[in-house]
Design a protein around this ligand. Structure first.
Ligand code: C2E
Ligand code: CA
Ligand code: CA
Ligand code: CA
Length: 274
């Protein structure tokens, strides 16, 4: 559009221009990174009350040639805005399924589940169901060991479509966990209709569990809700044994957090703390 007068002044704001340039540079960098294989998955242990490993969450890292290991918060939002999350998410699924397949070859790791984060934009691609099924097929991974982590934001757009896609994958054995539960806006009636397997208690409620009675009450309510809907429940962000014990007293017996192990290369997963 033609610049015309005062109303468009903000387009030429130098600070805004600098931000746009930085974004464009990051986008180009991401594209190159994807092409050159600069991404990797780190794995964070998920344990039961005895400390036994029950699974892991795959967390994306960008091994950047000059910036070093870049955390997802620094690039996932731009990947989402630009649509790069689609090829990036496809790579994540392929890599996660290959890892699952590798685990299935040894008795000790065959039963582990792997949780994979799926962004709303990725999930809404018309071919998402096929993408997941072909990643499973190509790898030979057991669909029952794959758990997709969705967030409540998905439900805001088209709940019917979301439910249909979940059901299609579930028919093949794929599991679903609702991530960051309690921080979004999903109505409880949707929750009942979604073919979920697990609720994940958000880290924000775990953090102040022992100090803040409100957070403790929310955690307790989520655990009760999961029980009454027949879902499993896992707490994220568990950093102390006291938090684990408080969660256990409320009936939550699966955990993920720094207390047990930080995200790291796959080998480190088997050296987690019990
Ligand atoms: P999330 O799915 O909520 O993942 C959990 C985040 O909490 C991870 O951050 C993890 O490292 C961190 N965490 C785990 N335990 C603790 C703890 O005890 N204390 C604290 N303070 N933090 C803990 P990370 O790896 O930086 O990932 C950030 C977010 O980026 C993820 O949040 C997820 O939304 C997104 N993400 C990561 N990998 C992927 C991916 O492959 N695809 C998509 N779409 N999103 C991803
Ligand atoms: Ca997650
Ligand atoms: Ca989470
Ligand atoms: Ca969270």
């Amino acid at each position: 559009a033609k610049a015309d007068g005062r109303n468009t002044m903000s387009f030429f704001d130098p600070e805004m221009q600098a931000a746009l340039n930085a974004r464009a540079a990051l986008e180009a960098d991401l594209r190159r990174g994807l092409k050159q294989g600069q991404f990797e998955l780190h794995y964070q242990p998920q344990v039961d009350y005895t400390g036994a490993l029950i699974g892991a969450e795959a967390l994306l890292r960008w091994n950047h040639p000059t910036r070093g290991l870049v955390q997802p918060d620094a690039f996932i939002p731009v990947a989402e805005d630009t649509g790069l999350i689609v090829p990036l998410g496809a790579w994540v699924l392929d890599t996660a399924c290959a890892q699952l397949r590798a685990w299935s070859d040894t008795l000790d790791t065959a039963a582990l589940t792997l949780s994979v984060n799926v962004s709303a934009r990725q999930f809404r691609q018309a071919d998402f169901v096929d993408l997941v099924l072909s990643a499973l097929d190509r790898s030979g991974a057991n669909p029952r060991c794959l758990k997709l982590e969705l967030t409540e934001s998905l439900l805001l757009v088209d709940a019917e479509e979301t439910i249909a896609r979940m059901a299609a994958l579930k028919a093949h054995g794929v599991g679903f966990s609702l991530d960051d539960f309690g921080t979004g806006y999903s109505s409880l009636s949707y929750l009942k209709r979604l073919p979920l397997d697990q609720l994940k208690i958000d880290r924000s409620f775990v953090r102040d569990l022992l100090a803040d009675p409100n957070d403790a009450a929310i955690a307790r309510a989520i655990i009760t809700l999961a029980e009454s809907l027949g879902l499993s429940v896992i707490a994220e962000g568990v950093e102390t044994v006291e938090q684990r014990d408080a969660l256990a007293r409320q009936g939550c017996l699966s955990y993920q957090g720094y207390y047990f192990g930080r995200p790291g290369p796959v080998e480190a997963l088997f050296k987690h703390r019990a």
